[in-house]
Every structure is written in C-alpha cells, then in structure tokens.
Design a protein around this ligand. Structure first.
Ligand code: ZN
Length: 384
C-alpha cells in the first residue's frame, strides 16, 4: 500500500491541491484563453496543510504558510506551462493579524523561465507590479537581507511569537488566467557564495540530491508521511566539522572539509537522509536515540548510495552498537540480512511516529539488541 502511494503520486508531480483550481470563472467571451498549469518550486517547507496552491486559489482566507521563517536564501517561484500576458501582479503576505508578513523582499518576473527581473519591492508585506502585458513564464518572490539598521516593528512579543513562518495569502494575477492545476516540484537550492571555489562541487551535490531525494523517500516510507519538497545546501566558510542538518531543510556544509575531501559526496547523502527522516523532537515518553538516527543515516549512505565501497571495519572487542554512524549502520545491515529485511524501514517509521522503543528489536527479530550485538560481534571474530 505504501508502494502504491508512491507510484500514484510521484514526488516530482505531487498535486499540490488535488483538484483543478479555478482562480476566476472563465470570461464569457467567444474564445476563452487556454487553461494554464502552474508548477511551484519553493525552498520553504509547508506548515501543516497550508500548501503553496492555496496562495493561488483566489481566496484570501486560505494561504501558503511556511513551517520556518524565510531568509535571503529562500524563494517561492511559480512557473506557467505557457506564457501569460499580465497587466498587474499583486502579492499579499501575512495573516489576518498582519503577522508573518514578508518584511523585505522583491517580486520578480521572467519571460523565459530562466532570467528574472525585479518588478517591485515589498512594502508592509505587500508588493504591487504593473507589467507591459509581456508573456510571463514565471513569477518569483524572493526575501532579501533586511537592512541591519532597520528596526523590527514594536510589539516585540507578538513579532517574536510569529516570526517562525511566512504567510503568502494570495498571488493575484490580472487578468486572472484559468488555472487547470497547481503542482509542486522538488526544489534543491545551493549557496556557495561564501566558498566560491566550491561552485562546481555544489552543483554536483545539488544534482545528486535531486536524483537521490525520491529514492530516499521510497527507502523510508511511513503511513501518511509527506516529505518536504525543499532542501538547501548552504556552504559555510568558517564552519568546523563536516556538516549538519538544521531547521528540517538546511544542510550546512563546512567548506574547509569539502576542500580537503572532494570525493565525499556520501556525506551529502547522509545529511539528505536526515531531511527525509524528519523525526520529531522529544515528546511525552519518547526521545529518539541519537545513535540509531545516525546509524540509519549511515546505513542508507553505505548500503544504498555506496554499495560497492569497501565496508568500514568494526572492531568486535571495542565497538558498541551505540557508537552510531558506520558501526550502527553495519550492525543494522547484519540484523537485516539475518533476521528482518525491513528492519530499517520499520525503525524509521517508528521513529518518525515518535513511537520507537527498545522492545521493537525483540518484536521484529525475537531477540534483544544485546543478544543480537553479541551474535554480530561473534560473527566478526569468526570472519577475521
Ligand atoms: Zn548525521
């Protein structure tokens, strides 16, 4: 059933609102303009069910809302299936209380779907542009870095409470085209501006993410799970370590590390796995074991992305299954091949639902994790 779900709704064409969305009734003219299809690409993850299509449904009561705040690395772009002659575009942001507005940003249009030109700025959360009726192929909303000297509006408490989202209430197109459907496509954004010598590396990493994201989603399904359709690869000049994942979508990569390890694309897949995992934080009676989260990320990396690379050696006398990363990854692979081929899938689903318990080892294999670890390390000693 889970498989069917993925086959029916391939990641690249997830129907953002399900059914055809009419902006306005077609004009009663003799020859109505052909309906357009709209593809949305945004780096902003959706909060709850406030999908991008709701910013294009002609209703100001429904809106797109992001699950995190927007910054200058974000974008919300709509691509049309064919050129649309527009006289005017108006973008309304913020909710009814005027919170979650786009404080600083630009509205851009493209006549070829590639090059964008600024047509208006955002003021008080609203942007209005008059156009020359050129056929427009795409419209982009891009937050910009705020002037550091500009002060936030007063009412700090309210601002603070709401700063975790951007609300796009409506993108008003005039004349309103008939929209046949709105789909959302995967959006991988890469920023190497702090480490420009990694431009080419970053583009390769982006292509890898585009190729592997749907595969990772298929490897880690769970009931009712909707993956975020955006991720950002942010290369940092002064970051120590290797890489980490934050805010659900951001893969922060240490530029210095990549310069010294230019063939380590597996690291990107490990981090991308964290984006797909999307495990909840601690809540009543549940906290995810970090070693298992990292073990699953390395299990996916080593046994699916790098199946032909030599397996890392595990020292049976010193290692523990809680060592995380390659050790836990190797252990999981061994348990899968000896006891339950779906173990990682099952653990992933339980972690994502906030229901993982140690007792699941016994439930799926008939043995405790300690018994399994003993068998695994015994087998390693025999094979030396
Ligand atoms: Zn990790």
């Amino acid at each position: 059933m889970k498989k069917a779900y993925l086959e029916i709704r391939p990641l690249w064409t997830v129907l953002a609102c399900g059914l055809a969305t009419l902006l306005t009734p077609p004009m009663a003219s003799a020859k109505p303009a052909p309906a357009i299809e709209v593809r949305v690409e945004t780096t902003l993850p959706t909060a709850e069910t406030n999908r991008p299509a709701l910013a294009l449904d002609g209703k100001q009561g429904t809106f797109f809302k992001s699950s995190r705040s927007a910054d200058e690395h974000d974008q919300f772009t709509i691509y049309f299936s064919h050129g649309v002659k527009l006289k005017r575009i108006e973008v309304l942001t913020g909710d009814q209380q005027s919170t979650n507005q786009l404080a600083a940003g630009v509205l851009e249009v493209s006549t070829d779907g590639k090059e964008f030109k600024e047509v208006a700025k955002f003021e008080a959360g609203v942007s209005k542009a008059k156009l020359k009726s050129l056929p427009v192929m795409a419209v982009r909303i891009r937050p910009i870095k705020k002037d550091q000297t500009a002060q936030e509006p007063t009412g700090r408490g309210q601002f603070r409470r709401n700063r975790g989202s951007l609300v796009l209430r409506e993108i008003v197109l005039d004349p309103a085209p008939v929209v046949a459907k709105v789909t959302q496509a995967m959006c991988v954004m890469v920023d190497t501006s702090e480490v420009p010598e990694l431009d080419a590396w970053g583009l390769h990493a982006k292509a890898l993410c585009e190729e592997w994201y749907p595969k990772l989603v298929a490897l880690m399904p769970s009931e009712g799970f909707e993956p975020v359709l955006s991720t950002r690869l942010l290369f940092k000049k002064d970051k120590g370590g290797v890489a980490d994942t934050s805010r659900g979508t951001d893969i922060n990569i240490a530029g210095k590390y990549v310069i010294g390890h230019t063939n380590d694309f597996g690291m990107v897949i490990h981090e991308l796995t964290h984006v797909v995992q999307a495990y909840p934080g601690p809540k009543d009676g549940f906290s995810k074991p970090g070693w298992l989260v990292e073990g699953i990320a390395d299990n996916i990396r080593l046994f699916h992305f790098e199946p032909n690379v030599r397996r890392p050696r595990i020292d049976p006398d010193r290692a523990k299954y809680t060592d995380a990363y390659k050790t836990t990854a190797g252990f999981l692979d061994w348990v899968e091949s000896h006891y339950d081929k779906e173990l990682v899938k099952k653990f992933n689903a339980a972690l994502r639902d906030g229901e993982f318990q140690d007792t699941l080892w016994q439930k799926y294999t008939g043995k405790t994790v300690d018994e399994l670890w003993k068998e695994f390390t015994d087998s390693l000693r025999k094979s030396v």
